[in-house]
Design a protein around this ligand. Sequence first.
Ligand code: FAD
Length: 506
Amino acid sequence: MKHTHPHNKTEVKALKKIIVIGSGYGGVTAAALLQKSGCSVTLLEAAAEWGGCAGKFQRRKFVFPVGATLAMGLNNDSIHGKINRFLEINVEAFRLSTVMDVTVNNETIKYYSNKESFLQMWRKKLPASADKVEAFFREVWFLSAILQKHMNEFPVIYPHTYQETAALLRGMSRNSLRLLPLRNKSFKYMLKKHGLTEEYMLREFLDNVLMDSLQTTSDKCSLLMGAAALDIYHEDAWYIEGGHYRLIEKMIESLKDNGGQVLKPRKALEVEKNGKMWSVKDHRGNVHEAEHVILNMPLSNAEKILNEKDRSSLKKKLRYAVSDREQWGAFSLYFGIKDVMGENAPLFQQFTAGENSLSDSSHFFVSASASEDRRRAPEGHRSLTISTHVDLKNWSTKEMYDKKSSKLKQQVKSRLEKAYPGFQDSIVYEITGGPSAWERFTLRMDGGVGGFPQIPGYSLTDAVSHRSGIKGLWICGDTVFPGAGSIGAASSGVHTARSILKRRIL
Ligand SMILES: Cc1cc2nc3c(=O)[nH]c(=O)nc-3n(C[C@H](O)[C@H](O)[C@H](O)COP(=O)(O)OP(=O)(O)OC[C@H]3O[C@@H](n4cnc5c(N)ncnc54)[C@H](O)[C@@H]3O)c2cc1C
Protein backbone atom coordinates (compact mmCIF):
# COMPACT_ATOMS: atom_id res chain seq x y z
CA MET A 1 0.00 0.00 0.00
CA LYS A 2 1.26 3.44 -0.96
CA HIS A 3 0.84 6.13 1.70
CA THR A 4 0.75 9.82 1.08
CA HIS A 5 3.52 11.65 2.86
CA PRO A 6 2.38 15.11 3.87
CA HIS A 7 4.82 17.58 2.37
CA ASN A 8 5.91 19.40 5.51
CA LYS A 9 5.43 19.70 9.24
CA THR A 10 2.64 22.25 9.03
CA GLU A 11 0.64 19.77 6.98
CA VAL A 12 1.29 16.94 9.44
CA LYS A 13 -0.08 19.15 12.21
CA ALA A 14 -3.08 20.10 10.11
CA LEU A 15 -3.93 16.52 9.06
CA LYS A 16 -7.70 16.55 8.97
CA LYS A 17 -10.00 13.66 9.73
CA ILE A 18 -12.87 13.46 7.31
CA ILE A 19 -15.85 11.14 6.92
CA VAL A 20 -17.53 10.96 3.55
CA ILE A 21 -20.99 9.37 3.45
CA GLY A 22 -21.89 8.07 0.01
CA SER A 23 -19.75 6.92 -2.90
CA GLY A 24 -21.58 8.73 -5.71
CA TYR A 25 -19.53 10.94 -8.03
CA GLY A 26 -19.53 13.85 -5.59
CA GLY A 27 -18.42 11.88 -2.55
CA VAL A 28 -15.75 9.79 -4.25
CA THR A 29 -14.26 12.85 -5.95
CA ALA A 30 -14.05 14.76 -2.67
CA ALA A 31 -12.72 11.72 -0.78
CA ALA A 32 -9.97 10.89 -3.29
CA LEU A 33 -8.83 14.52 -3.64
CA LEU A 34 -8.72 15.05 0.12
CA GLN A 35 -6.84 11.85 0.85
CA LYS A 36 -4.31 12.58 -1.89
CA SER A 37 -3.87 16.03 -0.35
CA GLY A 38 -2.84 14.57 2.99
CA CYS A 39 -6.14 14.24 4.89
CA SER A 40 -7.32 11.11 6.62
CA VAL A 41 -10.55 10.02 4.93
CA THR A 42 -13.08 7.32 5.76
CA LEU A 43 -15.71 6.61 3.11
CA LEU A 44 -18.96 4.85 4.04
CA GLU A 45 -21.19 3.38 1.35
CA ALA A 46 -24.53 1.76 2.19
CA ALA A 47 -24.96 -0.23 -1.01
CA ALA A 48 -23.17 -3.35 -2.17
CA GLU A 49 -21.75 -1.45 -5.18
CA TRP A 50 -19.81 1.79 -5.42
CA GLY A 51 -21.04 4.76 -7.41
CA GLY A 52 -24.75 5.31 -6.68
CA CYS A 53 -26.45 6.43 -9.91
CA ALA A 54 -23.14 6.01 -11.74
CA GLY A 55 -22.62 2.47 -10.43
CA LYS A 56 -23.35 -0.88 -12.02
CA PHE A 57 -24.87 -4.28 -11.35
CA GLN A 58 -24.14 -7.67 -12.81
CA ARG A 59 -26.58 -10.34 -13.95
CA ARG A 60 -25.37 -13.52 -15.58
CA LYS A 61 -22.64 -12.46 -18.01
CA PHE A 62 -23.88 -8.91 -18.41
CA VAL A 63 -22.78 -5.78 -16.58
CA PHE A 64 -25.36 -2.98 -16.61
CA PRO A 65 -24.55 0.64 -15.81
CA VAL A 66 -27.37 1.45 -13.43
CA GLY A 67 -27.99 5.02 -14.62
CA ALA A 68 -25.23 7.22 -16.03
CA THR A 69 -23.75 5.93 -19.28
CA LEU A 70 -22.61 8.87 -21.40
CA ALA A 71 -19.45 10.51 -20.06
CA MET A 72 -18.32 14.08 -20.52
CA GLY A 73 -15.38 16.17 -19.39
CA LEU A 74 -12.53 13.70 -19.95
CA ASN A 75 -10.47 16.06 -22.11
CA ASN A 76 -7.15 17.02 -20.49
CA ASP A 77 -8.27 20.49 -19.49
CA SER A 78 -11.81 19.44 -18.48
CA ILE A 79 -13.00 18.39 -15.04
CA HIS A 80 -12.29 14.65 -15.11
CA GLY A 81 -9.10 15.19 -17.11
CA LYS A 82 -7.81 17.47 -14.33
CA ILE A 83 -8.99 15.22 -11.49
CA ASN A 84 -7.47 12.13 -13.13
CA ARG A 85 -4.14 13.88 -13.64
CA PHE A 86 -4.05 15.02 -10.01
CA LEU A 87 -4.89 11.53 -8.75
CA GLU A 88 -2.61 9.90 -11.34
CA ILE A 89 -5.37 7.62 -12.60
CA ASN A 90 -6.69 6.77 -16.02
CA VAL A 91 -9.63 4.95 -17.59
CA GLU A 92 -9.95 3.32 -20.98
CA ALA A 93 -12.33 5.51 -22.90
CA PHE A 94 -12.83 6.76 -26.44
CA ARG A 95 -14.16 10.07 -27.64
CA LEU A 96 -17.41 9.84 -29.58
CA SER A 97 -17.41 11.35 -33.05
CA THR A 98 -21.21 11.07 -33.15
CA VAL A 99 -22.43 11.60 -29.62
CA MET A 100 -25.92 10.26 -30.16
CA ASP A 101 -28.75 9.85 -32.61
CA VAL A 102 -31.88 11.76 -31.64
CA THR A 103 -34.99 10.53 -33.40
CA VAL A 104 -37.87 12.96 -33.67
CA ASN A 105 -40.87 11.26 -35.27
CA ASN A 106 -39.14 9.37 -38.07
CA GLU A 107 -36.33 11.83 -38.56
CA THR A 108 -32.89 10.99 -37.15
CA ILE A 109 -30.70 13.89 -36.09
CA LYS A 110 -27.04 13.07 -35.63
CA TYR A 111 -25.30 14.89 -32.81
CA TYR A 112 -21.94 15.21 -34.49
CA SER A 113 -19.09 16.06 -32.24
CA ASN A 114 -17.62 18.22 -35.02
CA LYS A 115 -19.46 21.54 -35.00
CA GLU A 116 -19.25 22.23 -38.74
CA SER A 117 -20.62 18.77 -39.61
CA PHE A 118 -23.38 19.36 -37.08
CA LEU A 119 -24.34 22.68 -38.72
CA GLN A 120 -24.24 21.11 -42.19
CA MET A 121 -26.57 18.40 -40.99
CA TRP A 122 -29.05 21.05 -39.77
CA ARG A 123 -28.73 22.88 -43.11
CA LYS A 124 -30.06 19.72 -44.80
CA LYS A 125 -32.78 19.11 -42.21
CA LEU A 126 -34.12 22.66 -42.09
CA PRO A 127 -33.04 24.36 -45.33
CA ALA A 128 -35.54 27.22 -45.02
CA SER A 129 -34.23 28.19 -41.56
CA ALA A 130 -30.61 27.15 -42.05
CA ASP A 131 -29.06 30.59 -41.45
CA LYS A 132 -31.14 31.18 -38.36
CA VAL A 133 -30.29 27.75 -36.94
CA GLU A 134 -26.60 28.37 -37.56
CA ALA A 135 -26.72 31.79 -35.89
CA PHE A 136 -28.58 30.20 -32.95
CA PHE A 137 -25.98 27.49 -32.36
CA ARG A 138 -23.04 29.86 -32.88
CA GLU A 139 -24.41 32.16 -30.21
CA VAL A 140 -25.01 29.21 -27.86
CA TRP A 141 -21.39 28.09 -28.35
CA PHE A 142 -20.11 31.64 -27.89
CA LEU A 143 -21.88 31.90 -24.53
CA SER A 144 -20.65 28.48 -23.54
CA ALA A 145 -17.04 29.40 -24.31
CA ILE A 146 -17.26 32.36 -21.89
CA LEU A 147 -18.86 30.13 -19.28
CA GLN A 148 -16.40 27.31 -19.88
CA LYS A 149 -13.48 29.60 -19.05
CA HIS A 150 -15.14 30.07 -15.66
CA MET A 151 -16.09 26.40 -15.21
CA ASN A 152 -12.48 25.30 -15.79
CA GLU A 153 -11.53 27.12 -12.60
CA PHE A 154 -14.26 25.49 -10.47
CA PRO A 155 -16.06 28.69 -9.43
CA VAL A 156 -18.68 28.71 -6.69
CA ILE A 157 -21.45 31.20 -6.27
CA TYR A 158 -21.06 33.10 -4.02
CA PRO A 159 -17.37 32.90 -3.09
CA HIS A 160 -16.61 32.82 0.64
CA THR A 161 -12.85 32.46 0.71
CA TYR A 162 -9.78 33.90 -0.94
CA GLN A 163 -9.35 30.73 -3.04
CA GLU A 164 -12.93 30.87 -4.26
CA THR A 165 -12.68 34.55 -5.16
CA ALA A 166 -9.40 33.86 -6.96
CA ALA A 167 -11.07 31.02 -8.92
CA LEU A 168 -13.85 33.36 -9.99
CA LEU A 169 -11.36 36.03 -11.06
CA ARG A 170 -9.18 33.56 -12.98
CA GLY A 171 -12.22 32.62 -15.05
CA MET A 172 -12.95 36.25 -16.00
CA SER A 173 -12.57 37.42 -19.55
CA ARG A 174 -13.51 40.59 -21.42
CA ASN A 175 -16.82 38.93 -22.25
CA SER A 176 -17.78 37.69 -18.78
CA LEU A 177 -20.06 40.64 -18.12
CA ARG A 178 -22.17 39.62 -21.11
CA LEU A 179 -23.42 36.65 -19.10
CA LEU A 180 -24.91 38.74 -16.30
CA PRO A 181 -28.12 39.89 -18.03
CA LEU A 182 -28.67 36.32 -19.29
CA ARG A 183 -28.40 34.53 -15.97
CA ASN A 184 -32.17 34.38 -15.45
CA LYS A 185 -33.11 33.71 -19.05
CA SER A 186 -34.35 30.41 -20.40
CA PHE A 187 -33.68 28.80 -23.76
CA LYS A 188 -37.05 30.10 -24.91
CA TYR A 189 -35.49 33.56 -25.05
CA MET A 190 -32.76 32.36 -27.41
CA LEU A 191 -35.17 30.48 -29.68
CA LYS A 192 -37.35 33.57 -29.86
CA LYS A 193 -34.40 35.87 -30.52
CA HIS A 194 -33.46 33.79 -33.56
CA GLY A 195 -37.04 33.37 -34.80
CA LEU A 196 -37.01 29.61 -34.17
CA THR A 197 -39.86 29.17 -31.69
CA GLU A 198 -42.01 27.36 -34.24
CA GLU A 199 -39.24 25.07 -35.52
CA TYR A 200 -40.67 21.81 -34.14
CA MET A 201 -37.79 19.49 -35.06
CA LEU A 202 -35.19 21.78 -33.50
CA ARG A 203 -37.25 22.23 -30.36
CA GLU A 204 -37.85 18.51 -29.97
CA PHE A 205 -34.14 17.88 -30.47
CA LEU A 206 -33.29 20.43 -27.77
CA ASP A 207 -35.96 19.05 -25.45
CA ASN A 208 -34.56 15.54 -25.73
CA VAL A 209 -30.99 16.59 -25.08
CA LEU A 210 -31.73 19.11 -22.33
CA MET A 211 -34.10 16.75 -20.58
CA ASP A 212 -31.37 14.18 -20.45
CA SER A 213 -28.60 16.50 -19.31
CA LEU A 214 -30.44 19.18 -17.30
CA GLN A 215 -33.76 17.54 -16.37
CA THR A 216 -35.92 20.09 -18.16
CA THR A 217 -37.06 21.17 -21.61
CA SER A 218 -36.05 24.15 -23.75
CA ASP A 219 -38.94 26.39 -22.72
CA LYS A 220 -37.85 26.27 -19.07
CA CYS A 221 -34.13 25.42 -19.13
CA SER A 222 -31.61 28.00 -17.92
CA LEU A 223 -30.00 29.49 -21.02
CA LEU A 224 -26.48 29.50 -19.61
CA MET A 225 -26.58 25.99 -18.15
CA GLY A 226 -28.19 24.77 -21.38
CA ALA A 227 -25.53 26.43 -23.53
CA ALA A 228 -22.79 24.70 -21.52
CA ALA A 229 -24.58 21.32 -21.71
CA LEU A 230 -25.15 21.48 -25.49
CA ASP A 231 -21.59 22.58 -26.12
CA ILE A 232 -19.81 19.99 -24.01
CA TYR A 233 -21.16 17.23 -26.26
CA HIS A 234 -18.98 18.67 -29.01
CA GLU A 235 -15.43 17.32 -28.66
CA ASP A 236 -15.78 16.18 -25.02
CA ALA A 237 -18.31 13.30 -25.01
CA TRP A 238 -16.94 9.83 -24.26
CA TYR A 239 -17.68 6.15 -23.98
CA ILE A 240 -15.92 4.68 -20.94
CA GLU A 241 -15.20 0.98 -21.34
CA GLY A 242 -17.31 -0.88 -18.83
CA GLY A 243 -19.05 2.35 -17.86
CA HIS A 244 -18.79 5.24 -15.39
CA TYR A 245 -18.25 2.75 -12.57
CA ARG A 246 -14.70 2.21 -13.85
CA LEU A 247 -13.82 5.83 -13.14
CA ILE A 248 -15.47 5.61 -9.73
CA GLU A 249 -13.47 2.43 -8.98
CA LYS A 250 -10.23 4.13 -10.03
CA MET A 251 -10.91 6.97 -7.60
CA ILE A 252 -11.67 4.43 -4.84
CA GLU A 253 -8.36 2.68 -5.62
CA SER A 254 -6.54 6.01 -5.40
CA LEU A 255 -8.20 6.69 -2.05
CA LYS A 256 -7.12 3.28 -0.72
CA ASP A 257 -3.60 3.47 -2.18
CA ASN A 258 -3.10 6.79 -0.45
CA GLY A 259 -4.07 5.33 2.93
CA GLY A 260 -7.80 6.13 3.07
CA GLN A 261 -10.36 3.77 4.57
CA VAL A 262 -13.35 2.52 2.60
CA LEU A 263 -16.27 0.67 4.19
CA LYS A 264 -19.00 -1.07 2.19
CA PRO A 265 -21.77 -1.95 2.73
CA ARG A 266 -21.95 0.49 5.63
CA LYS A 267 -24.97 2.69 6.05
CA ALA A 268 -24.66 5.87 8.10
CA LEU A 269 -27.70 6.22 10.33
CA GLU A 270 -27.03 9.34 12.41
CA VAL A 271 -24.75 12.32 12.06
CA GLU A 272 -24.32 14.54 15.07
CA LYS A 273 -22.15 17.45 16.17
CA ASN A 274 -20.41 17.05 19.53
CA GLY A 275 -18.43 20.16 20.36
CA LYS A 276 -15.83 20.61 17.63
CA MET A 277 -16.13 17.04 16.36
CA TRP A 278 -18.75 15.21 14.34
CA SER A 279 -19.82 11.67 15.08
CA VAL A 280 -21.35 9.30 12.58
CA LYS A 281 -23.13 6.17 13.73
CA ASP A 282 -23.32 3.36 11.21
CA HIS A 283 -25.75 0.44 10.92
CA ARG A 284 -23.37 -1.90 12.75
CA GLY A 285 -23.37 0.39 15.76
CA ASN A 286 -19.85 1.74 15.16
CA VAL A 287 -19.28 5.41 15.85
CA HIS A 288 -16.81 7.28 13.62
CA GLU A 289 -15.45 10.67 14.64
CA ALA A 290 -14.08 13.44 12.47
CA GLU A 291 -13.66 17.20 12.16
CA HIS A 292 -15.51 17.23 8.85
CA VAL A 293 -18.40 15.21 7.47
CA ILE A 294 -19.33 15.26 3.80
CA LEU A 295 -22.84 14.13 2.97
CA ASN A 296 -22.90 12.86 -0.62
CA MET A 297 -26.63 12.49 -0.91
CA PRO A 298 -29.64 14.50 -2.05
CA LEU A 299 -30.58 17.45 0.16
CA SER A 300 -33.71 15.71 1.45
CA ASN A 301 -31.61 12.74 2.66
CA ALA A 302 -29.02 15.08 4.15
CA GLU A 303 -31.63 16.92 6.18
CA LYS A 304 -33.10 13.66 7.52
CA ILE A 305 -29.81 12.19 8.74
CA LEU A 306 -29.26 15.07 11.20
CA ASN A 307 -30.82 15.49 14.62
CA GLU A 308 -33.35 18.24 15.14
CA LYS A 309 -30.90 20.70 16.65
CA ASP A 310 -28.38 20.44 13.81
CA ARG A 311 -31.16 20.41 11.22
CA SER A 312 -32.45 23.74 12.47
CA SER A 313 -28.97 25.24 11.92
CA LEU A 314 -28.90 24.33 8.23
CA LYS A 315 -29.00 27.22 5.77
CA LYS A 316 -32.49 28.49 5.07
CA LYS A 317 -32.03 28.17 1.32
CA LEU A 318 -31.18 24.51 1.73
CA ARG A 319 -34.27 23.83 3.86
CA TYR A 320 -36.51 25.69 1.41
CA ALA A 321 -35.06 23.69 -1.46
CA VAL A 322 -35.96 20.44 0.33
CA SER A 323 -39.59 21.46 0.64
CA ASP A 324 -39.93 23.39 -2.65
CA ARG A 325 -37.90 21.69 -5.35
CA GLU A 326 -38.78 18.42 -7.02
CA GLN A 327 -36.70 15.96 -8.99
CA TRP A 328 -37.85 13.55 -11.66
CA GLY A 329 -37.98 9.84 -11.08
CA ALA A 330 -36.67 7.28 -13.57
CA PHE A 331 -38.03 4.12 -15.07
CA SER A 332 -35.15 2.00 -16.30
CA LEU A 333 -34.96 -1.08 -18.49
CA TYR A 334 -31.94 -3.31 -18.78
CA PHE A 335 -31.58 -5.82 -21.62
CA GLY A 336 -28.86 -8.36 -22.28
CA ILE A 337 -29.16 -9.20 -25.99
CA LYS A 338 -27.54 -11.19 -28.75
CA ASP A 339 -26.10 -8.54 -30.99
CA VAL A 340 -28.69 -7.80 -33.66
CA MET A 341 -27.91 -4.10 -33.70
CA GLY A 342 -25.16 -4.25 -36.29
CA GLU A 343 -21.71 -2.69 -36.30
CA ASN A 344 -22.83 0.85 -37.05
CA ALA A 345 -25.56 1.12 -34.47
CA PRO A 346 -25.27 4.28 -32.36
CA LEU A 347 -24.05 3.65 -28.82
CA PHE A 348 -26.33 6.36 -27.52
CA GLN A 349 -29.71 7.25 -28.91
CA GLN A 350 -32.81 9.08 -27.88
CA PHE A 351 -36.27 8.84 -29.21
CA THR A 352 -39.58 10.46 -28.52
CA ALA A 353 -42.28 7.94 -27.86
CA GLY A 354 -45.07 10.25 -29.02
CA GLU A 355 -48.42 11.14 -27.56
CA ASN A 356 -49.38 7.62 -26.53
CA SER A 357 -46.32 7.21 -24.38
CA LEU A 358 -46.78 6.13 -20.81
CA SER A 359 -43.56 7.84 -19.90
CA ASP A 360 -44.18 11.24 -18.33
CA SER A 361 -41.57 12.92 -20.50
CA SER A 362 -42.05 10.68 -23.55
CA HIS A 363 -38.28 10.74 -24.13
CA PHE A 364 -36.25 7.54 -23.99
CA PHE A 365 -32.48 7.37 -23.71
CA VAL A 366 -30.93 4.14 -24.97
CA SER A 367 -27.30 3.26 -24.22
CA ALA A 368 -25.75 0.18 -25.75
CA SER A 369 -22.41 -1.36 -24.91
CA ALA A 370 -19.81 -1.10 -27.67
CA SER A 371 -19.64 -4.37 -29.60
CA GLU A 372 -16.03 -4.90 -28.46
CA ASP A 373 -16.63 -3.97 -24.79
CA ARG A 374 -16.04 -7.30 -23.01
CA ARG A 375 -16.44 -5.66 -19.60
CA ARG A 376 -20.17 -5.32 -20.28
CA ALA A 377 -21.18 -8.29 -22.41
CA PRO A 378 -19.74 -11.52 -23.81
CA GLU A 379 -18.67 -11.78 -27.45
CA GLY A 380 -21.61 -11.40 -29.83
CA HIS A 381 -23.77 -9.76 -27.15
CA ARG A 382 -24.53 -6.30 -25.84
CA SER A 383 -25.90 -4.88 -22.64
CA LEU A 384 -28.45 -2.06 -22.89
CA THR A 385 -29.45 0.49 -20.27
CA ILE A 386 -32.56 2.45 -21.16
CA SER A 387 -34.23 5.13 -19.08
CA THR A 388 -37.05 7.59 -19.18
CA HIS A 389 -38.16 10.37 -16.83
CA VAL A 390 -41.27 9.71 -14.79
CA ASP A 391 -43.35 11.91 -12.53
CA LEU A 392 -42.90 10.47 -9.03
CA LYS A 393 -46.53 11.15 -8.17
CA ASN A 394 -47.64 8.72 -10.88
CA TRP A 395 -45.39 5.90 -9.67
CA SER A 396 -45.80 5.98 -5.91
CA THR A 397 -47.55 2.62 -5.37
CA LYS A 398 -46.94 -0.95 -6.51
CA GLU A 399 -50.25 -0.97 -8.38
CA MET A 400 -49.18 2.11 -10.33
CA TYR A 401 -45.84 0.51 -11.12
CA ASP A 402 -47.39 -2.78 -12.26
CA LYS A 403 -49.93 -1.00 -14.44
CA LYS A 404 -47.44 1.22 -16.20
CA SER A 405 -44.22 -0.75 -16.31
CA SER A 406 -45.28 -3.69 -18.46
CA LYS A 407 -46.90 -1.43 -21.05
CA LEU A 408 -43.93 0.89 -21.08
CA LYS A 409 -41.60 -2.06 -21.52
CA GLN A 410 -43.65 -3.26 -24.48
CA GLN A 411 -43.56 0.22 -25.99
CA VAL A 412 -39.77 0.32 -25.77
CA LYS A 413 -39.37 -3.20 -27.16
CA SER A 414 -41.61 -2.44 -30.15
CA ARG A 415 -39.69 0.75 -30.84
CA LEU A 416 -36.37 -1.11 -30.75
CA GLU A 417 -37.80 -3.95 -32.84
CA LYS A 418 -38.62 -1.38 -35.51
CA ALA A 419 -35.06 -0.04 -35.42
CA TYR A 420 -33.39 -3.46 -35.10
CA PRO A 421 -35.46 -6.30 -36.57
CA GLY A 422 -35.14 -9.40 -34.40
CA PHE A 423 -34.57 -7.35 -31.24
CA GLN A 424 -37.35 -8.97 -29.20
CA ASP A 425 -36.10 -12.49 -29.96
CA SER A 426 -32.52 -11.49 -29.21
CA ILE A 427 -33.21 -10.72 -25.55
CA VAL A 428 -31.52 -13.20 -23.22
CA TYR A 429 -31.93 -11.25 -19.98
CA GLU A 430 -34.21 -8.39 -18.94
CA ILE A 431 -35.08 -6.49 -15.81
CA THR A 432 -36.80 -3.19 -15.08
CA GLY A 433 -36.82 -0.77 -12.17
CA GLY A 434 -38.96 2.20 -11.19
CA PRO A 435 -38.56 4.90 -8.52
CA SER A 436 -38.82 2.46 -5.60
CA ALA A 437 -35.96 0.36 -7.00
CA TRP A 438 -33.92 3.55 -7.36
CA GLU A 439 -34.68 4.43 -3.77
CA ARG A 440 -33.77 0.94 -2.60
CA PHE A 441 -30.42 0.79 -4.41
CA THR A 442 -29.20 4.40 -4.16
CA LEU A 443 -31.18 5.48 -1.06
CA ARG A 444 -32.33 8.61 -2.88
CA MET A 445 -35.48 9.63 -1.07
CA ASP A 446 -38.67 8.75 -2.97
CA GLY A 447 -36.50 7.75 -5.93
CA GLY A 448 -35.86 11.34 -7.10
CA VAL A 449 -32.81 11.29 -9.39
CA GLY A 450 -30.69 13.44 -11.67
CA GLY A 451 -30.66 16.58 -9.53
CA PHE A 452 -33.08 19.50 -9.68
CA PRO A 453 -34.23 20.71 -13.10
CA GLN A 454 -31.81 23.43 -14.18
CA ILE A 455 -34.32 26.22 -14.54
CA PRO A 456 -33.73 29.86 -13.62
CA GLY A 457 -34.70 30.00 -9.96
CA TYR A 458 -33.01 26.67 -9.15
CA SER A 459 -29.69 27.05 -10.95
CA LEU A 460 -26.54 29.20 -10.90
CA THR A 461 -26.96 31.92 -8.22
CA ASP A 462 -30.14 30.18 -7.02
CA ALA A 463 -28.55 26.75 -6.61
CA VAL A 464 -27.83 25.47 -3.11
CA SER A 465 -24.22 25.72 -1.92
CA HIS A 466 -22.03 22.84 -0.75
CA ARG A 467 -21.79 24.77 2.54
CA SER A 468 -24.46 23.45 4.88
CA GLY A 469 -24.37 26.44 7.20
CA ILE A 470 -22.88 24.34 10.03
CA LYS A 471 -19.13 24.30 10.61
CA GLY A 472 -17.53 21.08 9.39
CA LEU A 473 -20.64 19.78 7.57
CA TRP A 474 -20.63 19.77 3.77
CA ILE A 475 -23.01 18.53 1.12
CA CYS A 476 -22.11 17.37 -2.33
CA GLY A 477 -23.83 15.58 -5.19
CA ASP A 478 -26.19 16.52 -7.98
CA THR A 479 -28.66 18.53 -5.84
CA VAL A 480 -26.11 21.22 -4.95
CA PHE A 481 -24.31 23.75 -7.17
CA PRO A 482 -23.70 23.37 -10.06
CA GLY A 483 -26.07 20.35 -10.23
CA ALA A 484 -26.73 18.49 -13.45
CA GLY A 485 -25.47 14.93 -13.66
CA SER A 486 -22.12 13.35 -13.04
CA ILE A 487 -20.05 16.40 -14.02
CA GLY A 488 -22.05 18.63 -11.70
CA ALA A 489 -21.76 16.11 -8.86
CA ALA A 490 -18.00 15.72 -9.40
CA SER A 491 -17.60 19.53 -9.46
CA SER A 492 -19.34 19.78 -6.10
CA GLY A 493 -16.80 17.24 -4.78
CA VAL A 494 -13.96 19.49 -5.97
CA HIS A 495 -15.61 22.54 -4.36
CA THR A 496 -15.99 20.72 -1.05
CA ALA A 497 -12.42 19.42 -1.02
CA ARG A 498 -11.09 22.91 -1.78
CA SER A 499 -13.19 24.49 0.99
CA ILE A 500 -11.91 21.98 3.55
CA LEU A 501 -8.28 22.30 2.46
CA LYS A 502 -8.55 26.07 2.14
CA ARG A 503 -6.31 25.97 -0.91
CA ARG A 504 -6.46 25.49 -4.64
CA ILE A 505 -6.21 21.84 -5.66
CA LEU A 506 -6.74 21.73 -9.42
C1 FAD B 1 -31.34 6.88 -15.21
C2 FAD B 1 -30.21 7.86 -15.09
C3 FAD B 1 -29.40 8.10 -16.20
C4 FAD B 1 -28.34 9.02 -16.11
N1 FAD B 1 -27.53 9.19 -17.19
C5 FAD B 1 -26.46 10.01 -17.08
C6 FAD B 1 -25.50 10.08 -18.13
O1 FAD B 1 -25.64 9.39 -19.16
N2 FAD B 1 -24.44 10.89 -17.97
C7 FAD B 1 -24.25 11.64 -16.82
O2 FAD B 1 -23.26 12.35 -16.71
N3 FAD B 1 -25.12 11.57 -15.80
C8 FAD B 1 -26.21 10.77 -15.90
N4 FAD B 1 -27.07 10.65 -14.85
C9 FAD B 1 -26.87 11.48 -13.65
C10 FAD B 1 -25.76 10.97 -12.75
O3 FAD B 1 -25.75 9.58 -12.69
C11 FAD B 1 -25.97 11.50 -11.34
O4 FAD B 1 -26.33 12.86 -11.36
C12 FAD B 1 -24.72 11.36 -10.48
O5 FAD B 1 -24.14 10.10 -10.67
C13 FAD B 1 -25.13 11.58 -9.03
O6 FAD B 1 -24.01 11.55 -8.19
P1 FAD B 1 -24.13 11.98 -6.68
O7 FAD B 1 -22.77 12.42 -6.24
O8 FAD B 1 -25.24 12.95 -6.49
O9 FAD B 1 -24.40 10.65 -5.86
P2 FAD B 1 -25.49 9.46 -5.94
O10 FAD B 1 -25.40 8.82 -7.25
O11 FAD B 1 -26.80 9.90 -5.42
O12 FAD B 1 -24.86 8.45 -4.90
C14 FAD B 1 -24.98 8.60 -3.52
C15 FAD B 1 -24.43 7.38 -2.83
O13 FAD B 1 -24.53 7.58 -1.45
C16 FAD B 1 -24.96 6.40 -0.82
N5 FAD B 1 -25.62 6.78 0.43
C17 FAD B 1 -26.72 7.57 0.58
N6 FAD B 1 -27.06 7.65 1.87
C18 FAD B 1 -26.16 6.92 2.56
C19 FAD B 1 -25.98 6.63 3.93
N7 FAD B 1 -26.83 7.08 4.86
N8 FAD B 1 -24.94 5.84 4.29
C20 FAD B 1 -24.07 5.37 3.38
N9 FAD B 1 -24.21 5.60 2.06
C21 FAD B 1 -25.23 6.37 1.64
C22 FAD B 1 -25.91 5.75 -1.81
O14 FAD B 1 -26.02 4.36 -1.60
C23 FAD B 1 -25.21 6.10 -3.14
O15 FAD B 1 -24.30 5.09 -3.52
C24 FAD B 1 -28.12 9.72 -14.91
C25 FAD B 1 -28.93 9.48 -13.79
C26 FAD B 1 -29.95 8.55 -13.87
C27 FAD B 1 -30.78 8.30 -12.67
